[in-house]
Write a new protein. Structure first.
Length: 368
């Protein structure tokens, strides 16, 4: 169980709260837990105010936008934060989750720390989560990942002909029924839930409507917009988001194969006044054990953000303040680098220096 606390209030209210018949219907005695789970990306953690808190969160966006990969990055850090007390419950309703994704994420697949529930039946998913939350004999902290809510269906629809099946999607069901019953206890008892959902293209029926790119809407109903603390929309990836082996080449065919890309996330809802903002963070291909976020390149981005480096032409100059700070910590760095890739190579070759910069930026993110 989550920590319990004493309630400071009037005698009349205290008597009402303490009544055995009433206790099962409120959560005032649960203290909850004030934690923030990092994503592995400094830019994303800044926008989140340090990380993902307990409660329900929605990851929406197009196919291959990075929703599942980002959710698994949070899951890995959730395990690290809680140790043996932390457990990931991954509800695989779409069938895309693979051993390769587990290997990339670095998730600990110990049966006491991870369970993949292959199920797309709304009622059974609800029953499992309710059982774990309300009968938590081992005092676990759970992160539930439902991937995705749109793939859930009701048990009564399984044997019906398609023409007779309910038209209400699993996403709308889980928002109208499940979240109404479970968001408060999940939050107050110290657990976290990530719900992934799709976006759908809205078909224009008005020939006089303003033209432009296709409009999209978030699937899964409207209720989740109210219940979720954070709603992150993962945006489409374009050529301009790709990271090439030879980025300075003028022709596309001379740049070589992409070695990574920038993941773009728009904050549709936040609890920290970041609603409407967009963040980008770099992904490096071919990485395992939760190292997909390109750490050296993100440090480079942070150096730009805090004006610790300056680029003129092909050369990058390091600020005197940064050189002095690193020197005081017994680190050495060149005053200039010819091109970003040289600086990235330097950061990757000097892991202790990169670790220092990363932790220094992490402190700044916690202060923002």
């Amino acid at each position: 169980m989550s920590k319990t606390k004493e309630i400071q209030t009037t005698d009349q209210i205290a008597k009402f709260l303490s009544d055995k018949d009433n206790q099962k219907y409120h959560y005032n005695f649960y203290e909850g837990e004030d934690y923030k789970i990092p994503s592995g990306s400094l830019n994303l953690d800044i926008a989140l105010g340090g990380g993902l808190p307990s409660g329900a969160h929605r990851f929406t966006g197009i196919n291959e936008g990075g929703k599942t990969s980002c959710a698994m990055a949070f899951a890995r850090n959730f395990q690290k934060h809680f140790g043996d007390k932390g457990m990931i419950i991954y509800i695989k309703s779409e069938g895309r989750f693979s051993p390769e994704m587990i290997e990339r994420s670095g998730i600990d697949t110990d049966p006491q720390k991870f369970f993949c529930f292959d199920c797309n039946i709304f009622e059974k998913v609800f029953e499992l989560i309710r059982e774990l939350v309300f009968n938590n004999e081992e005092d676990k902290r759970y992160m539930f990942i439902i991937d995705s809510v749109d793939a859930l269906c009701r048990v009564g629809d399984i044997d019906k002909p398609f023409a007779e099946s309910e038209q209400v999607a699993g996403g709308a069901l889980i928002t109208s029924v499940f979240l109404k019953k479970m968001v408060l206890p999940i939050t107050k008892m110290g657990h976290t839930m990530i719900l992934t959902s799709q976006v759908r293209v809205e078909v224009a029926t008005n020939p006089y409507a303003a033209r432009g790119g296709p409009k999209v809407k978030q699937a899964g109903g409207n209720a989740i917009k109210h219940y979720a603390n954070f709603i992150l929309e993962f945006e489409e990836r374009y050529n301009s988001d790709l990271i090439f082996k030879n980025p300075t080449a003028t022709k596309l065919d001379e740049k070589g194969e992409p070695i990574g890309h920038y993941c773009k996330i728009r904050f549709r809802k936040t609890v920290n006044e970041k609603t409407g903002s967009t963040v980008r963070y770099p992904i490096k291909y071919g990485q395992k054990d939760g190292k997909s976020v390109w750490r050296a390149r993100e440090i480079l981005d942070m150096l730009y953000l805090f004006n610790l480096i300056d680029k003129k032409g092909a050369w990058i100059s390091v600020s005197e303040d940064l050189i002095k700070e690193l020197s005081d910590k017994k680190f050495e760095i060149n005053e200039k680098f010819q091109g970003e890739q040289r600086l990235i190579d330097f950061l990757e070759e000097n892991e202790k220096l990169s670790d220092f910069l990363y932790e220094d930026f992490k402190k700044l993110t916690n202060a923002l």
